[in-house]
Design a binder for this molecule. Structure first.
Ligand SMILES: *Cc1c(COP(=O)(O)O)cnc(C)c1O
Length: 376
């Protein structure tokens, strides 16, 4: 087996286990019964994971969609809002803004409620907006805004939307599988996530978990053929796990192994504890080395942590990145409009040992930088 050149401390693609990679070493027929049975099993497992009350299973369903996470977001926005409907998007980062951008391109009427990137979207503001604009039929919100790593309070948003009879769309891309989240408890109609984030598979497809009744109303609404969520669902339902178009077979097999590993670890609650331990160790170590986390502790998700560029050591992100990469760790640049940050992911097959190794690599960089005279 080929060794990785570096560990990915990025929130997808991320560091996967050897078994997940090995699961891709066989070729599968896309319409064969064995393969489609595997797909059906995955769909059922995903629905179960998303429910607090398993007795509600029959009311929910899963649709797998080729492409990265954005493809699935686009398939939902393009397939579930009827003519005459209107979407309200809560945004406090790049992924919320992307939902509004998708609506714009698809000409879905939409209003974006924009919040500061270091603040949670406020449910009270949403409530006032919904009362003022009864044309809104759907509300979309991001659970963990990966831009900063902020964990949004989707419970209060869900209450504001559902108590007013709106359909609720949640982008849980970077949280599902790593942060417990229950569609039935929050009455989420469409929950979107992908293979290569907290479930720790490899990139290639995403999925939408849907309230069956809400999805059943979406026949003929799609603004795209390949991203028609209802069409994809119908084929999977009626042909027992068959995808409409070529399915990413190797990726699906890797995902099946990743889901098995997630269950063996103890599910989203156990994984959440591991990620939080990674984050806490990371933040403590980085603070000891003179870095500051962007967000206050109470807003930080366990998924990814943003750090401000440090003062005083002539910090150069490109140089920092290359130095860590040479030592075997790849991190993420920042994505903020207003402040200079970089991000480190806490997800993937990463534990204390890997975080300790990263911190040692950061320390080597800091020591070298401190030894070097600052020049203008
Ligand atoms: C990763 C991510 C997406 C989708 O990104 P892709 O690059 O298309 O996979 C969407 N929303 C959030 C919150 C994400 O973290």
């Amino acid at each position: 087996m080929t060794e990785n050149k570096y560990l990915l401390l990025t929130p997808g693609p991320l560091t996967t286990t050897a078994a997940v990679k090995e699961a891709m070493l066989r070729d599968w027929c896309t319409w064969d019964r064995d393969y489609n049975d595997l797909v059906e099993k995955l769909r059922g497992d995903l629905v179960e994971m998303a429910l607090r009350d398993r007795a509600k299973r029959a009311g929910y369903t899963a649709v797998l969609m080729q492409g990265s996470g954005t493809f699935a977001v686009e398939s939902v926005i393009g397939s579930v809002i009827p003519q005459g409907g209107k979407l309200a998007v809560l945004s406090n980062g790049a992924y919320g803004r992307r939902i509004a951008e998708i609506a714009g391109i698809l000409k879905v009427p939409a209003v974006e409620l924009r919040f500061d990137e270091c603040e949670r979207p406020d449910a009270e503001t949403l409530a006032v907006m919904l009362d003022d604009d009864p044309a809104v039929t759907h509300v979309a919100v991001v659970h963990c805004e990966t831009t900063t790593g902020i964990l949004n309070d989707i419970e209060s948003v869900a209450r504001a939307a559902k108590s007013r009879g709106k359909k609720l769309i949640v982008d849980a891309m970077s949280s599902f599988g790593g942060i417990p989240l229950f569609m039935d408890a929050l009455e989420i109609d469409f929950l979107i996530s992908s293979a290569n984030k907290c479930i720790e598979g490899v990139p290639g497809f995403a999925f939408v978990l849907a309230n069956r009744a809400a999805l059943s109303e979406c026949a003929g609404l799609a603004r795209s053929l390949s991203l028609d969520l209802y069409g994809q669902w119908k084929t999977m339902e009626e042909h027992g796990g068959k995808w409409r178009f070529t399915s990413p077979t190797h990726v699906v097999c890797a995902f099946a192994e990743a889901l098995r590993e997630l269950k063996a670890e103890g599910g989203a609650a156990a994984r959440n504890r591991r990620y939080a331990a990674n984050r806490d160790m990371l933040v403590r170590g980085m603070e000891d080395l003179g870095f500051k986390a962007l967000l206050p502790a109470e807003l930080r998700s366990p998924v990814i942590t943003s750090f401000l560029y440090p003062d005083g050591i002539g910090f150069d992100f490109a140089e920092f990145y290359e130095s860590l990469k040479r030592d075997g760790y790849v991190i993420y640049p920042g994505k903020l409009s207003e402040r200079d940050t970089f991000r480190i992911g806490n997800i993937g097959d990463i534990r204390e040992k890997q975080i300790a190794g990263l911190l040692a690599a950061v320390e080597r960089y800091v020591k070298r930088s401190e030894a070097r005279p600052l020049c203008a």
